[in-house]
Design a protein around this ligand. Structure first.
Ligand SMILES: O=C(CO)[C@H](O)[C@H](O)COP(=O)(O)O
Length: 264
């Protein structure tokens, strides 16, 4: 259901950005990475012993996974089982001693914590600029609660509104054909499709052996659900990076503090 930032979404405000600051401390300007950490630490407050946890991917989620590992080490959390959303997060969790499992063994997840590339006023997300959108969507789709953590630079008026990529995971076979189908489908939004590269001149390959086609939009997509369903009907598309109506909470860290936005 729809919520708007300024009206219904903000259900709670935390005035201090850093747990170590007293309310009388002078304002502190935090870096983007510090804001990500603040959002991540706040999300980990929702974690309880005995939970099965979806562990997200990216620089924001990394802080949450680090914090979970720290609390386990300190004995403040027990009996956690993590379900990682990427090989990278799996490696991080193993290095922290977080017990891991998968969706086959744990098809229901109590809580997932993950970042996002864009958040719209209705708490819809773009994810996958880190390349892990398929596993993220599988894990976060199996959650009772999905807490998304972002710094305020991720807030957009509409999905695609940052001018950055809307990622689509595609099979490598004839990816140009799939990319042109995507451009054609979203031509009213001025869509340009580009194959993501790995920075060394080769295609970026996901954990699932697929490619990513990044869509750049000049205009807003009309009905996101309709567009998402149409994207999935293109043979060759594996999954798209729009996470519609999936986040139950979005925690935003910004210069003025943390806002916790709950879906109503
Ligand atoms: O979807 C993702 C990875 O596939 C990430 O959550 C998203 O890219 C945000 O990353 P970061 O926290 O590094 O800004």
């Amino acid at each position: 259901m729809a919520v708007a930032w300024s009206e219904k979404a903000s259900s709670m405000k935390v005035l201090s950005l850093s747990p170590s600051l007293s309310p009388m401390s002078p304002p502190v300007i935090l870096t983007q990475d510090e804001l990500k950490k603040v959002a991540a630490f706040k999300a980990v407050e929702f974690v309880e012993s005995g939970m099965v946890l979806g562990l997200g991917t990216g620089s924001t989620a990394k802080h949450a996974v680090d914090r979970i590992g720290e609390l386990l080490r300190q004995g403040k959390l027990n009996n956690i089982i993590g379900i990682p959303t990427s090989k990278k997060t799996q490696e991080q969790a193993i290095s922290l001693g977080i017990p891991l499992s998968d969706l086959d063994s744990h098809p229901t997840i109590d809580l997932a914590i993950d970042g996002a590339d864009e958040v719209d006023p209705y708490l819809n997300l773009v994810k996958g600029r880190g390349g892990s959108l398929l596993r993220e969507k599988m894990v976060e789709g199996a959650c009772k609660k999905f807490v998304c953590i972002v710094d305020e630079s991720k807030l957009v008026k509409y999905l695609g509104g940052s001018g950055l990529a809307l990622p689509i995971e595609v099979v490598p076979f004839c990816w140009k054909f799939t990319a042109s189908k995507l451009e054609n489908l979203l031509r009213d939004s001025g869509c340009v499709a580009k194959l993501r590269n790995d920075g060394k001149g080769e295609p970026f390959v996901t954990d699932n052996g697929n490619y990513i086609v990044d869509l750049y939009l000049k205009k807003e997509i009309g009905d996101l659900q309709v567009a998402g369903d149409a994207i999935l009907r293109i043979a060759g598309v594996v999954e798209h990076g729009m996470f519609l109506d999936m986040a139950t909470t979005v925690i935003v860290a910004g210069d003025l503090g943390i806002t916790i936005n709950n879906k109503h």
